[in-house]
Design a protein around this ligand. Structure first.
Ligand code: UD1
Ligand code: CA
Length: 436
């Protein structure tokens, strides 16, 4: 088998994004663009993946760790970015596949086809709205004559709807020979990789066109395109979830992440947000307007409406989290109920415990977070504040309104309340006095 090297071009600043973040670090369905494209690249099992990055992109370098990083000092165009990667290629032979970092949903099938061809190839797509893309200028026999960038195109060329997706596959030897011949005599004064086909033609070598659906070949240059790519991937993720047995009452209002995991018979009410890292077990019901990220939801649990599960919320089966309850970094065992208005942070709550309305764990002292450990079958009354670190024994009962700062032994009552006073007839006299 011939060696395959993949180069991912990601050094562009992405100025059209108007962002301080490198373009490929923007997310789609909770995952960075570079994360998506790396998955596509890895699926081809190449010998090496090289990512070109620009100066001062530490977050991007961290995101591609484990692969080779090539620095492109100045962003002088896509051909210049490939030049920056050339010295890092370990196998100075075999095939080189060049991908654009801003094309997260590139077709894996098409990439496989390109690699399998063994001839120079390029990916293209047809679209009614080719604005901004390089146009594929074909000869009378439909072979590729040249790619012309929009800014360099004349009126007739701009009418062409077959566009360059930007991915090339060719032999290392050919790339090494043709790359230095690319100049920068064009509207943008950049070294365009898209000049390759014309240069190859001088050697009587012609690129084959592998055509894909527009959605698999388009790139992201600005936030409007980011949003349309998001809509595209959300649709795919939702359909996949529904086909695997999830009921979505109003799919268009369910936002999913790339790694959201559902078992069968999960029901999702309208307007639910799944951030990254959510796992939902069979039969769970996520009610409207809930916001979930990095959490586990156990079998037959009921979440929401208006619930917030933050990172580290780990819920066993039959747990109930109701409206305006927030859970963070906490383990809730089987059958725990926190049905209304509350905060559970850095806690462990035993099976069958009831966490009543308005109860909270006071986990933060202004400097450090502390742990709350609550046993099984505890009754935490309404508006109870548990000042952590604190341990509550099995079967304890904490009276409503109490602020507790010491450990409670098993089966005990804890109450912290000033004695109430009832003055008979006081209110009637008060009203009378005020009215006169
Ligand atoms: C490019 C193609 C265009 C094609 C389109 C498809 C060229 C000259 N044009 O245009 O024909 O239709 O993609 O989406 O190739 N990059 C670098 N270093 C640079 C410049 C760019 O690493 O100096 C990287 C960017 O980070 C980006 C990718 O290359 O990930 C593409 O660059 P971009 O500026 O977005 O190219 P387009 O204008 O979209
Ligand atoms: Ca682009």
């Amino acid at each position: 088998m011939t060696a395959l090297t993949i180069i991912i071009l990601a050094a562009g600043k992405g100025s059209r994004m108007k962002s301080s973040l490198p373009k490929v670090m923007h997310k789609l369905a909770g995952r960075t663009m570079i994360g998506w494209i790396l998955e596509a690249a890895e699926s081809l099992s190449p010998a090496q993946i090289i990512v070109t990055v620009g100066p001062d992109m530490p977050e991007l370098e961290a995101a591609v760790s484990g692969h080779t990083v090539a620095h492109q000092k100045q962003q002088k165009g896509t051909a210049d970015a490939v030049k920056a990667a050339m010295p890092y290629i370990e196998n100075k032979c075999g095939q080189v596949l060049i991908l654009l970092g801003d094309e997260p949903f590139v077709s894996k099938d098409a990439l496989n086809e390109m690699v399998g061809l063994g001839a120079p190839s390029i990916m293209a797509f047809d679209t009614e709205n080719p604005s901004g893309f390089g146009r594929m200028v074909q000869r009378a026999d439909h072979t590729l004559q040249q790619i012309i960038e929009e800014k360099d195109a004349n009126e007739a060329q701009r009418q062409i709807t077959l566009c360059n997706a930007g991915n090339f596959c060719l032999n290392y030897d050919d790339l090494e020979k043709w790359l230095p011949k690319i100049g920068c005599d064009n509207a943008q004064g950049e070294f365009y990789l898209t000049d390759l086909p014309q240069i190859a033609a001088q050697d009587q070598r012609f690129f084959e066109i592998i055509e894909v659906e527009a959605e698999q070949g388009w790139g992201i240059n600005d936030r409007v395109q980011l949003a349309s790519h998001e809509a595209y991937i959300q649709d795919i993720l939702r359909v996949e979830a529904m086909q695997n047995g999830v009921t979505m009452m109003d799919p268009l209002t369910t936002y999913l992440s790339w790694d959201t995991k559902f078992a069968r018979d999960v029901t999702i009410e309208p307007n639910v947000f799944f951030g990254a890292g959510v796992v939902v077990a069979e039969g769970a019901n996520i009610k409207a307007f809930s916001h979930l990220e990095q959490c586990n939801i156990g079998k037959n649990s009921v979440i929401g409406p208006f619930a917030r599960l933050r990172p580290g919320a780990d819920l066993d089966e039959n747990v109930k989290i109701g409206n305006f309850v927030e859970v963070k970094n906490s383990k809730l065992f089987k059958g725990v109920k926190a049905n209304h208005h509350g905060y559970i942070g850095d806690a462990e709550i035993g099976a069958g415990t009831n966490f009543s309305c308005g109860a909270i764990t006071v986990n933060y002292d202004g400097y450090k977070k502390h742990k709350t450990i609550i046993g099984e079958n505890v009754m935490v009354g309404s508006n109870v504040s548990l000042i952590a670190p604190i341990t509550v024994g099995n079967g304890a009962f904490i009276a409503a309104g109490s602020t507790i700062s010491e450990n409670i032994p098993d089966d005990s009552l804890a109450i912290e309340r000033t004695k109430s006073e009832i003055k008979k007839g006081w209110s009637r006299d008060y009203q009378k006095r005020k009215k006169t």
